[in-house]
Design a binder for this molecule. Structure first.
Ligand code: NAD
Length: 479
């Protein structure tokens, strides 16, 4: 079901000037397909189509919109293997992980179908009985979504689900590295019978499509997920028309492991969150702080469990880890490891390209001990399969270290002590805290960062309200 065309105004099309660019398999760097390279006329056509579709879509009863989203969700589930295969091919994750993500994408649409039916206003008493204030929530208009390649469908589904359920129409700039599975996802939505123009999907370079799309005066809301660096640039574009924006940006997730924790669970959580999807997760663990009483034990067990992870292509046969998605990403990992080793870190495992994998973007999962905060790995986002572990003595020291980066997306804490858990939850600067579990994000609770990790929320009702504006209506009753 490979779609190598863009979706504009309900029709599948090539770029207006016919240009395209290749999509690669990160396992062997072979070209899988080509997709259109959108430029000014394509972006213009997509935004105009979304704007033309807005009046009818926003006026549609939310239960009817919900029905369409639920039908799209079912269609996606029916095609989960085919879409998952496309994602596995272009992103590098295993077929099992990719299919799981497609299922999650379908669940997100179903969740927002229902959340859209629960948009309530408020009645507010005035200081006299003849007037009353009402707050009603209305969709903002055309939304622009820009999302990255690490979770090509899930991150898109957060935006598409919330936008469409709220009554907004949407133009999506799909990730250049992984456009095929999101196109297949949008195809399911379109084939459900959405009116033309309600959802549009563009492929093309971020630096070409991004500014034209975000600066477009008909765009009323921008939902960006990506790096902090590009997020700053995109936010700059939003100032042209003072467009409302939500920014889900980079992170450098700290994990705090206290002496009293269930060590086995902490190690298991750390291995999963450090290396799942080759560490290419905004909430991947980047830095682990372990209280001195269990430090040696934790480092030993973490290294042992990491070395058990099976590297492989993951489509024909199961594997825990595949290749990284990009050569650039792998270089960052190598740079962070080299920097740490130069400054005195100790390599516990990994640190190289696995034997026999000379083509593609493979890398061994890497554990570094004896690290400190002068090292890039403890300060910046590695976004790959490498972590640093350092010891701490007191809770205040652990919290200070956790907060000692520009980021504030999420943190993980392992302890059985309620007071420690509560103190960490209150004092760590992050939008999401997971205690004794490795999953700080669930679809029905708000998700998003602070500091250099951005602002605005996705997931939950908060994610929906990002696409709505509150209107105050004050009514006086006449005699
Ligand atoms: P990126 O910032 O390079 O690209 C993100 C998207 O922006 C892509 O679709 C890209 O084409 C587009 N883009 C690039 N230049 C642009 C421009 N000038 N104008 C508009 N759009 C432009 O990020 P990436 O490497 O694709 O993804 C990895 C980053 O995403 C990491 O930093 C990761 O932490 C972050 N991320 C954050 C979250 C979150 O929820 N906070 C989730 C996933 C990924």
């Amino acid at each position: 079901m490979t779609r190598n065309q863009m979706l504009i105004n309900g029709k599948w099309c090539h770029a207006s000037d016919g240009r395209s660019f290749p999509v690669y398999n990160p396992r062997d760097e072979e070209i899988i397909s080509h997709v259109p390279a959108a430029d000014v006329p394509d972006v213009e056509a997509a935004v105009k189509a979304a704007d033309a579709a807005f009046p009818a879509w926003s006026a549609m009863n939310p239960f009817r919109r919900g029905t369409l989203l639920r039908q799209a969700s079912e269609r996606i589930l029916a095609k989960k293997e085919a879409i998952g295969r496309l994602m596995a091919l272009e992103q590098g994750k295993s077929l099992q992980e990719a299919t799981g993500e497609v299922i999650k994408g379908a669940d997100i649409l179903r969740y927002y179908a229902e959340e859209g039916e629960r948009v309530y206003g408020r009645i507010i008493a005035n200081d006299d009985n003849d007037t009353v204030s009402k707050v009603i929530y209305q969709p903002l208009g055309v939304a622009a979504a820009i999302s990255p390649w690490n979770y090509p469908i899930e991150l898109l589904a957060w935006k598409v689900g919330a936008a469409l359920a709220s009554g907004c129409t949407i133009v999506c700039k799909l990730p250049s590295e992984t456009p095929l599975s999101p196109l297949a996802f949008l195809e399911c939505l379109q084939d459900t019978g959405l009116p033309a123009g309600v959802v549009n999907g563009l492929t093309g370079s971020g630096s070409v499509v991004g500014p034209i799309l975000v600066r477009h005066p008909l765009v009323r809301k921008v939902a960006f997920t990506g790096s902090t660096e590009v997020g700053r640039t995109v936010l700059g574009y939003c100032t042209d028309n003072l467009t409302k924006a939500s920014m889900e940006l980079g992170g450098s997730l700290p994990m705090l492991v206290f002496d009293d924790c269930q060590l086995e669970a902490a190690v298991k959580g750390a291995v999963r969150r450090s290396f799942r999807n080759m560490g290419q997760i905004c909430i991947a663990v980047n830095r682990i702080y372990v209280q001195r009483g269990v430090y040696d034990q934790f480092v030993r067990q973490m290294s042992q469990q990491t070395q058990k992870l099976k590297i492989g292509e993951g489509i024909q046969s199961p594997a825990d880890l595949g290749p990284m998605c990009t050569a650039k990403g792998r270089k960052t990992v190598q740079d962070h490891i080299d920097d740490a080793l130069d400054k005195g870190a100790v390599l516990k495992c990994g640190g190289k390209i696995p034997d026999g994998y000379s083509k593609g973007y493979w890398y061994e999962p890497t554990v570094l001990a004896n690290v400190n905060h002068d090292m890039l790995i403890m300060q910046e986002e590695t976004f790959g399969p490498a972590i640093g572990i350092m010891p701490f003595d007191t809770i205040d020291e652990a919290v200070r270290l956790a907060n000692d980066t520009p980021y504030g997306l999420a943190a993980m804490v392992y302890t059985q002590n309620l007071t420690i858990a509560e103190k960490c939850a209150r004092k760590i600067d992050a939008g999401n805290i997971a205690i004794n579990n490795p999953d700080p994000g669930v679809i029905n609770a708000p998700y998003g960062g602070i500091k250099a990790s951005g602002f605005g929320k996705e997931h939950g009702p908060e994610g929906l309200y990002e696409y709505l504006h509150a209107k105050h209506v004050r009514v006086r009753m006449l005699d």
